[in-house]
Design a protein around this ligand. Structure first.
Ligand SMILES: O=C(O)CCC(=O)C(=O)O
Ligand SMILES: [Fe+2]
Length: 293
C-alpha cells in the first residue's frame, strides 16, 4: 500500500542537513542502510537466540495494567543488548546516528546517554500498540513545557530482518510532533507504516505520535530493535550504569562508555570540568581512556 504522506526515505550517505530537514518536517524519517549488514546479522542472531529465554508480554517486567497493554501480549521485549553481543557497542558508535543525535540533543544538554536499547519482537496476531510519544516517559516535563518542549529524546526503530506493514512495521503520524495540543492523540487512520530492509532505521522524535503496528501474519515475528538517546539530565528507562561493569566496557570507545552511564553528567563540556563517576580511582583505571571529553 502506498501512502500520500509516507515518511521520507534517505540513504545513510545523505547530507546531515537533509536528514535533519526531514526529521524536523515530519518528526521522523527512514534512513536506509544506517547499520552495516555484518553488525545487523550479529545483533539479530544474538537477539533471536536470547529471545528463547523470555516470555512474550509483560511476564518478565514488573508492570501495571497500562504498562501491560503498552507492551502487548505477544511481543517479546528485552534490553541490556550489549550483554548479548558487542555488535550493540558498534551500533552505539554509528557515526550517522551519532551525528543526528548530537545535532538534536546537544543544544539541550551537556551530554546524552542511552535511554534504552531493546529487542522488540512483535508476534503473530498482536494488535497495534497504542499511539504515544516516547517523551511521555517524562510526563511532568513535557506536560509542563508543551508545545514549546525542547527535544529530550531521539529514538530509532531498527530492522533486524525485513519489516513489512503486515508484520507490524512501526506506525507514525507525520507532523504530529508539531501539534499544539498535547491531548491530541490522533488515530490509526492518520498513521503511515515504516517499512524497512535489514539495517534501515526509522529515526524519530520523542514528540511524534507513533506505535508498533499490528502483526497480521499467522506465524511470523517482526524482528526489530529500538535504540533511543536521552538528555543527560533525565533518568533513562534502562539502568545501563549498573547493567555494565567497568570490565564490560573496558576498551570500548569513550562515547560508548559515556552513553552507557560510565561518566557523570557535565552540563558544560565546552568549559571543561564536570565530575567523574568514580573519584577514588584514576580515570584510566576505570575506563582505559586517559583524557577525553
Ligand atoms: O514496536 C514498535 O514498532 C514501536 C514500539 C514503541 O514505540 C515503544 O514501545 O515505545
Ligand atoms: Fe514508542
Amino acid at each position: 500500500m502506498s501512502h500520500a504522506n509516507a515518511l521520507v526515505r534517505l540513504p545513510a550517505s545523505a547530507p546531515l542537513d537533509d536528514l535533519l530537514a526531514a526529521y524536523h518536517r515530519d518528526g521522523g524519517l527512514i534512513v536506509e542502510g544506517l547499520f552495516p549488514l555484518t553488525v545487523i546479522t550479529e545483533m539479530r542472531e544474538a537477539v533471536i537466540h536470547a529471545a528463547e529465554n523470555f516470555q512474550p508480554g509483560s511476564a518478565n517486567q514488573g508492570l501495571g495494567k497500562d504498562g501491560k497493554t503498552f507492551v502487548g501480549a505477544n511481543t517479546t521485549r528485552f534490553s541490556s543488548l550489549g550483554k548479548l553481543s558487542p555488535a550493540f557497542f558498534e551500533m552505539l558508535d554509528n557515526p550517522v546516528y551519532a551525528a543526528v543525535a548530537d545535532a538534536l540533543l546537544l543544544p539541550n544538554c551537556g551530554s546524552y546517554w542511552v535511554n534504552t536499547g531493546q529487542a522488540m519482537l512483535i508476534g503473530p496476531g498482536e494488535p497495534a500498540q497504542m499511539l504515544h510519544r516516547d517523551a511521555e516517559n517524562w510526563p511532568q516535563l513535557i506536560g509542563g513545557l508543551w508545545p514549546r518542549c525542547p527535544e529530550i529524546t531521539v529514538s530509532a526503530m531498527i530492522a533486524l530482518s525485513e519489516v513489512t506493514e503486515k508484520l507490524g512495521a512501526t506506525r507514525v503520524i507525520p507532523g504530529s510532533h508539531k501539534w499544539t495540543d498535547i491531548e491530541q492523540r490522533g488515530s490509526h487512520e492518520q498513521t503511515v507504516p515504516a517499512e524497512m530492509q535489514p539495517g534501515d532505521a526509522l529515526i524519530y522524535s520523542g514528540m511524534v505520535m507513533h506505535g508498533g503496528g499490528a502483526n497480521r501474519t499467522a506465524d511470523q515475528v517482526r524482528e526489530a530493535m529500538h535504540l533511543s538517546f536521552l538528555v543527560g539530565w533525565l533518568t533513562p528507562e534502562e539502568s545501563s550504569p549498573i547493567d555494565y561493569s567497568d570490565a564490560d566496557l573496558m576498551g570500548q570507545s569513550p562515547r560508548v562508555q559515556r552513553v552507557l552511564g560510565h561518566r557523570s553528567y557535565d552540563p558544560r563540556p565546552h568549559l571543561g570540568g564536570g565530575l567523574w563517576l568514580r573519584h577514588a580511582k584514576k580515570i584510566e583505571e576505570v575506563t582505559g581512556a586517559e583524557i577525553e571529553i
